[in-house]
Design a protein around this ligand. Sequence first.
Ligand code: DGJ
Length: 726
Amino acid sequence: MAITFDKDKGIFKLRAGSSDYVIKLAWGDLVHLYWGKAVTDADLSPFIRQAIRVYSPDTHPGEFVSYDFLPLEYPFYGTGDFRQPAFQVQTSDGYRLAEPKYQGHSITKGKPALDGLPATYVENADEAETLVIDMFDPLIGLRVLLSYTAFERYNAVARSVKFINESASNIKLLRALSFSLDFMNCDFEMLQLSGSWGRERHIHKRPLVPGTQSIESRRGVSSHQQNPFIALLKKDSTEDTGDVHGFSLVYSGSFLGSVEVDQYDYTRVAMGINPFDFGWTLEPGEKFQTPEAVLVYSDSGLTGMSQTYHELYSKRLCRGFYRDRERPVCINNWEATYFAFNEEQLLGIAKDFKELGAEIFVVDDGWFGQRNDDSSSLGDWFVNKEKLPGGLKSLGEKVLSLGMEFGVWVEPEMISKNSELYRAHPDWCIHAPGRRQTESRNQLVLDLSRADVCEYVINVLSDVFSSAPITYVKWDMNRSLTEIGSSLATPERQIETAHRFVLGLYGILDTLTAKFPHILFESCASGGGRTDPGMLAYMPQTWISDDTDAFERIKIQHGTSIVYPPISIEVHVSASPNHQIHRMTPVMTRLHAGMAGNFGFEIDASKLTSQERELIKTNIALYKEIRPIVQFGRFYRILSPFEGNETAWIYVTEDKAKAVLFYFKKTAGAHEPFKILKLKGLDQAKNYTLVGLNQSFSGDTLMNAGINTPGVIGDFGSSMIRLYSE
Ligand code: DGJ
């Protein structure tokens, strides 16, 4: 049994994979006892620290505990716990207090879906058990349902919360985080994935210090700047050993991830919708569902944590036809033509790349309305007949006749001021009356908190997707939200607009992904501005950055791999000098960076030398051979671009029969010291041939003794080695 309840002792023990999560009902409260590697004892009550603390509020008279230091499962505000609360409400009398108490619980097989929000799922009820703890505050009529799913196969617990107003008056949620968790020590480093446009998800680590250290987005999207993810690394942990706890939020809007170290060196971690500029009114009988947070424990360092997220997210968060299918080699025209193209040019690019081995052609921005630059036409999703006289249909059919599939770019959450849509519906954008409408990339954001706007988006996109043989959609989103307000919301509910925007988007995606199950959706937001588990639930792959420079990209690939599965990461080979940072890199290195993800191109083949064309052709063929290893294998980081001059990754098939090693070296040096690279993840007993190198070694030799680091020449070099067991 994954979840047990010891009635006499009031102890819930959730066994998730080989980890335990333990909660105790004590003093009428829900107290967190433990989360870590599985333990035999069910009763961990001695873990509750009891002491006289002179300055603490006397919340439990006669007992040696106080809310000031009790590790509560879902802490509330105002009654003596001065750390960050998980939630806060305001009742119609203006008070902001709640103290829900345990009422009962249920333990069921499987995992129910969340109302209106993406979440991890099971395919078979035996894959998980779900505990719902029912908490109630009778004074204000507020019910709080805490949900915990323990996965059988994974060291993962999914948490979320549902609030129900059972009173006769309105209750306003001021804060409603998805979870809170207390550790009774602070012996951690905090890892976060932060950056900016073009350098998303760089790894940053810092030791915890007293006070709050947090990451957040206030942009209305999860953002380039911070990813909704935190890991706490035990100080003695490494890439492959020791305790690591991961926290990942399945949400695509503004979020908060906070870690607070208190006066007693306890650590409180919490995550959820950003309470900043958030509020939600619950009328009598109404419910509010928080997004889900996925908590992963690893006793094998970051590797174990990443591999759990990779497997769980690629198999039980991603959905649909493409979840378990190899992803096509793509040629996209963006960096080859930008907005300046016609049908003939596009077909030329498609044909060139068909000859080189690409499998799908995707037409990017500029095929609709009057869109010849980024100043107009978002919202006008009808074909620009000057560029494509026969429409998407003719282009798509011609691409198909080349023997390729066909895909299209859209940015449906946006509206250009210079568009027919804006002229017809100026109130359809997110805005506040009388205030300026701040544009970003010359565009405004459609108000997806409105049902009529969502319906328009669904209808217009359904027409586009049915108008041509489209099997791939790149779904872009190129700005953050400003002047957040909705012309249809009541004054009291204006503050709900940002979250309602996200719910509207998820509703649209629910409809379209169900209606067009044969379409492979790729999420993009000026590159990786919305690389989050919420989008992954609808779109099994992501354009993780606009920066296509190979060496900048491998940093982003490395950081992204901390949480997101390699099969979700699309990487394209582009021109040199690179368009974003003007660096020159060898074509082979650009190819290797692409082959380490879902491989694609955005380059004008007519500008390639015949030698480059040959290299591309050979390597696309090679990629098709290694594709199952890269896309479905286990991923191990060996050397980090954030820690030195070299990067190395290895992908190993589940049966450990095959592996592919990628190695990148940034700058060359004279008479460099010899170095050894110890491989990972192989079968100790298997013998592996290093294809093309005339060498073969046992797995234990390769992992324990290692190999010489591959020799590469010059700056920005790379190497790829296939290891196949006999
Ligand atoms: C931003 C994306 O990240 C690019 O790949 C490209 O699709 C442009 N938008 C098009 O406007």
